[in-house]
Structures are given as structure tokens and as C-alpha cells.
Ligand binder design. Structure first.
Ligand code: ADP
Ligand code: MG
Ligand code: MG
Length: 560
């Protein structure tokens, strides 16, 4: 494309605007967002709600986020490999037992992981997993890594195997929906068409905005699961079950998926919370093991479920009592296809991501894939290790195959003379360039840089196993953006002064998520696809490399 020859300087982004031009763009962008349906229910919207009557636009970015065309296309290309890789991990029971299990792995020290694994083990041992197929809707997250020397490249932050939703309990201001798809590109498209961004940059051209079709693609994945269920004797009138969180504000994004399933695939959906499912769900004790749900509004009906799509259930607080776990296991024991199954959810653990860096492991899960392809995938890995690792041998194998990772020195921690494991000592010594992560999803769980030594002082030795250390990705310095959020109106009309500033210029970090789906089981991947992308941009806090502060916004891609 023509503009790829125009040099791009991250530190000079975004282009400058006059205050009047900026006001015009904010006006147009927010109006377009409302018209497009890039919406949330307002904060304070009553949880036991009447039918919705108002919405606010999602927080958004005024300028699209610049990424190199080559890197972006690379991230899209390798998604299929990632789909296949995680499918094979989820089918490798022995591996998951070893890494995530409650007898040998992380599940020994992480109660939540342990509970999920134990429930799955009981089902396996009693031959109560009648459905061999798993459905994965994946999102592989990347940050653009610009080391002082060497090639700039996308590095993987994490690989998500369960879709998260808006979560009210954990730093709601930084949690952004998982989908929200192609609507995001309407904003820069509209600003280009209507204003050409006041000709503020030669890069701001329509041809530099990549297409996005996430909702259609993910719906296709769910529809593939539904079709497989029906073709194996399930009822053609079976429906998709969306397992959702109570009091969710991010409903529109999920609804789009529901509408797409209905309008394009003629598949009906039903939404229920875990709490509702405790009493509304049952599994046929006959050989069929069908999952049946009683809708809240139709107590005499019993609906057969083809696919269980979890938009909830990835955090411990969502299982406040054993009944909730039992409900999850009940659903798992049915013939409905789960998205994800428990093993697929476990496969998405940060510990698995770390272990994949060890020599030979990617190859184990991608048999028959040419080494050159495996090497491409490994290029996205950042150096990681477990805090419990007790020898340098186990550490840092990734760096031996990653030529771009100049930020990763060879293991340099002092020899393990104290009772501290080598992995922990190394994290102490190299804390300035690290983030520590537990086996959690949903944001707000990590420990960064200078907070690491004190955190390690307080971490009981046996809990080290549940934590991994990861080298911080060195995002472009000086990259700015305009972050725009809905103003101060609460649902009740009360105003919140801290939200008065609607458009904020800030130094930012943009995280790219590439979506994919896979339907697999019994050792084989039956279908998979790369289906689109999402960009979330956050204000950058100088104390915490890359971690979110303030609020994050929906963004889109500008290929440069
Ligand atoms: P979660 O599953 O809770 O989303 P993540 O691994 O995505 O956990 O971490 C949360 C955030 O922390 C990311 O969105 C990113 O902003 C930041 N982060 C995580 N890992 C790194 C890293 N290696 N380098 C820089 N920032 C990171
Ligand atoms: Mg994340
Ligand atoms: Mg995650």
C-alpha cells in the first residue's frame, strides 16, 4: 500500500489539532458511537432492572492506534496456529494434570484452579464426560514490543480461552468488553469520511483501516458447535445457553452475538446466570445426557441446549458456594458442547503460557507442523518463568529460540543459597523489568516492577507455584492518544465531578487482541478460523510499565 512507505514515528502520534478541531472530532465520534450501538448501560443502572431505557457510549479513542502493517498481518496469520495449539493442549489430559492439577500442579496451591480441576477429574473418573467436542472462542492479546536494539515485534501478553465480561467488582473502569467488533472501525471511518481528520496526518487514509468481522466470525464458531451437536442426534430446535453475570452493563456486545446467531443462523439463545442455573438446569439421566433448561419466564418449558457459552465463571468470586461449582460440573457432565470446557479453561492459565516457553513443548502440541511455523509462533513469546523453579536449567529456554528478545538477559540471579527458589531470586534480582502474574483473569491481579520485592517478601513459599514472572514488553515510548468517555451523567442523573473531563490526551499503550475459534475433540481439530480483532487503549502510568490506570477505551487499528 502506498502509505506504508511514509515513515512513521510513534512519538509524534497523535497528530496535533486545534481545540476547535478536537471538539468537532469528539462530537462526531461520540455521536457515531451512539448511532452505531457502541454502548453500555449507564453506571448505577438498577441491577434488578426494569427494561433498559438509556445507554451511554463506550469509552473510545479519537485516533486509531498505529501498528505496523507487517506485524498486524503476522498476528492475524499465526492465529490459526494458536487455535490449533490450544486445542491440542486442552485435549492433553496428562499435561493439564501435571501443570494445572490439584495433585501435581498449580491446583495444589490455587484453590480456584484446584476446585475446577477436581470437579473435572471426578467427572472423568466416573465416565461422565459424554461430549467429546470442545468449543473455543479465543483471544490472543499482544503488545507491540520495541526493544532498544533488534526488531520491533508483537509479543503475546496472554491467550484467553474464556470470554470475560464487564466485571463490576474489579476496577470496572479498566475492564473493556471482549467483543465489540467491527463497530469500533466505524469511528475512524466516519471521521475520515467526514473530516479527513483535518488532513492532520498522511497515514489517516481509509486504505489503512483493516476490516473487522468479529461478531460474524465468532457466531460462525458457535453455529459450528451447534451444527455438530445436532448432527450427532441433538434436537434441531436446541438453543445456545449464554451463561452471564448478574447486573452486567456490557450487554450490547453479547446481544450482537445473540442477534447474529438468530438472524444469520436461525439459532435461538437463552441467557441465564449461574445462580439461576442452580435450579433451572438439569441433565437427562438417560443415555442422552441432554442439558435441559427451564426459562425464568416459562416455568413449564424445558429447553434442550446445544452449546453452553460462558461469559461468566472465570473468577473465584463467581462461585460463592459449592452449589455454584456443582452447577458448573453439572453443565460439564452434559452432552451440550461447552465453550469452554473445564480443560480448555485450564489450558488458558498463565502457567500453561509460561511452560510453553520450555524447549520442545510447542512442538509436542503441534505435531506435523513445520519447524519454521513453530518458530514464527515462538517469536511472539516473551521470556517467562515460574517463581517456584529451582534451577537455572528450567528457566529461560524461550530466549534461546527468540532472537528478538534483547530485553531478556541470561539468568543472572545469585546462586540459590537461601531457602528461596531460583525463580524467586531471579525475579527479585530482575524486578525492574518484570511483571508477576497469578492464575487469574479479569485484570488487576498483577504485580509490577518496584512492587515485586516487597510482594515476594510476603508470599508464602508454597504459593510461589501459582505465580509466574514475565518480562515486561517494551511498548513504544511517547505514543499518545485522545481518550474519550461518556460524561458525568449517572443513571439517576446525578453528576460525578471526577468524570467531567470527557476527552483526555495521554501517553497510551494499545493492546491488540486477535480472535479465533476452534471446534475440536478426540485428538482432532474439526474446524478453526481467525475471525477479527479488538484494540483496547489505556493511559500509561509511568510507574507501572504497561499497566492500566485511569480508564481504557475501545480503539481500532491504523496500519502504518
Ligand atoms: P488478565 O488475564 O487479568 O487480563 P493480563 O496478562 O492480560 O491478565 O495482564 C493484564 C494487563 O497487564 C495487560 O492488559 C497489560 O496491560 C499488562 N501486562 C501484562 N503482561 C505484560 C507484559 N509482559 N508487559 C507489559 N504489560 C503487561
Ligand atoms: Mg488480559
Ligand atoms: Mg486474561
Amino acid at each position: 500500500m502506498a502509505s506504508s512507505s511514509i515513515p512513521f514515528n510513534f512519538a509524534e502520534w497523535p497528530p496535533s489539532l486545534s481545540p476547535e478541531q478536537q471538539t468537532t472530532l469528539v462530537q462526531k465520534a461520540t455521536t457515531r458511537a451512539l448511532a452505531t450501538g457502541l454502548l453500555y448501560l449507564p453506571p448505577g443502572y438498577p441491577l434488578e432492572s426494569p427494561p433498559p431505557q438509556a445507554a451511554i457510549h463506550a469509552p473510545l479513542s479519537l485516533f486509531p492506534a498505529p501498528f505496523s502493517r507487517e506485524s498486524f498481518e503476522f498476528a492475524q496469520e499465526i492465529q490459526s496456529l494458536y487455535n490449533v495449539l490450544y486445542s491440542h493442549i486442552a485435549m492433553d489430559t496428562e499435561f493439564l494434570d501435571e501443570i494445572m492439577g490439584a495433585e501435581k500442579g498449580v491446583g495444589r496451591v490455587d484453590d480456584f484452579i484446584g476446585e475446577l480441576w477436581k470437579g473435572w477429574k471426578v467427572l472423568r473418573d466416573s465416565n461422565s464426560v459424554p461430549q467429546p467436542l470442545h468449543l473455543g472462542l479465543f483471544r490472543s492479546d499482544y503488545l507491540y514490543h520495541v526493544p532498544p536494539e533488534g526488531e520491533a515485534f508483537f509479543k503475546q501478553v496472554e491467550f484467553n480461552t474464556i470470554s470475560r465480561s464487564f466485571t463490576g467488582k474489579h476496577r470496572p473502569s479498566v475492564v473493556i468488553p471482549a467483543l465489540f467488533k467491527q463497530a469500533c472501525i466505524r469511528i475512524p471511518r466516519h471521521l475520515m469520511l467526514s473530516t479527513s481528520y483535518f488532513n492532520s496526518s498522511p497515514h489517516l487514509k481509509l486504505e489503512n483501516l483493516p476490516k473487522n468481522d468479529t461478531i460474524a466470525g465468532l457466531a460462525k464458531g458457535i453455529a459450528a458447535g451447534h451444527a455438530a451437536y445436532v448432527s450427532h442426534g441433538g434436537s434441531p430446535s436446541s438453543k445456545i445457553l449464554f451463561v452471564v453475570q448478574a447486573g452486567e452493563r456490557n450487554v450490547f456486545d453479547q446481544r450482537w452475538l445473540e442477534y447474529e446467531l438468530l438472524e444469520k443462523h436461525s439459532i435461538h439463545s437463552i441467557r441465564q446466570t449461574f445462580e439461576e442455573l442452580i435450579t433451572s438446569s438439569s441433565v437427562d439421566t438417560s443415555a442422552s445426557s441432554s442439558l435441559k433448561i427451564t426459562p425464568m419466564d416459562s416455568p413449564n418449558e424445558s429447553i434442550e441446549i446445544s452449546v453452553v457459552y460462558y461469559r461468566a465463571g472465570y473468577m473465584p468470586h463467581e462461585y460463592p458456594s459449592q452449589e455454584y461449582y456443582s452447577t458448573r460440573f453439572k453443565l460439564e457432565s452434559s452432552r451440550a458442547i461447552k465453550c469452554p470446557t473445564i480443560p480448555l479453561q485450564l489450558a488458558g492459565g498463565k502457567k500453561v503460557q509460561e511452560v510453553l516457553g520450555r524447549k520442545g513443548l510447542v512442538e509436542r502440541f503441534l505435531p506435523g507442523v513445520p519447524q519454521s511455523q513453530v518458530d514464527r509462533l515462538r517469536k511472539t513469546f516473551m521470556d517467562m518463568w515460574g517463581l517456584d523453579e529451582d534451577s537455572p536449567g528450567a528457566v529461560g529456554d524461550v530466549t534461546s529460540t527468540s532472537t528478538t528478545d534483547s530485553a531478556s538477559p541470561s539468568p543472572s540471579a545469585p546462586p540459590p543459597t537461601s531457602s528461596e527458589s531460583f525463580g524467586t531470586q531471579r525475579a527479585r534480582a530482575e524486578h525492574a523489568t518484570l511483571v508477576l502474574k497469578p492464575q487469574r483473569e479479569g485484570g488487576g491481579n498483577n504485580v509490577y516492577k518496584s512492587d515485586i520485592p516487597a510482594f515476594l517478601d510476603g508470599l508464602p513459599a508454597h504459593e510461589r507455584e501459582a505465580w509466574i514472572a514475565m518480562r515486561l514488553i517494551e511498548v513504544p515510548q511517547g505514543l499518545g492518544g485522545w481518550l474519550v468517555r461518556a460524561g458525568s451523567l449517572d443513571y439517576g442523573g446525578s453528576s460525578d465531578k471526577s468524570r467531567a473531563e470527557r476527552a483526555v490526551k495521554a501517553e497510551v499503550v494499545s493492546e491488540l487482541g486477535i480472535f479465533g475459534w476452534a471446534l475440536f475433540g478426540a485428538g482432532k481439530v474439526q474446524g478453526e478460523e481467525e475471525v477479527g480483532w479488538l484494540v483496547r487503549t489505556k493511559g500509561k502510568d509511568s510507574n507501572e510499565g504497561g499497566v492500566a490506570t485511569g480508564f481504557s477505551v475501545l480503539d481500532s487499528v491504523l496500519l502504518v
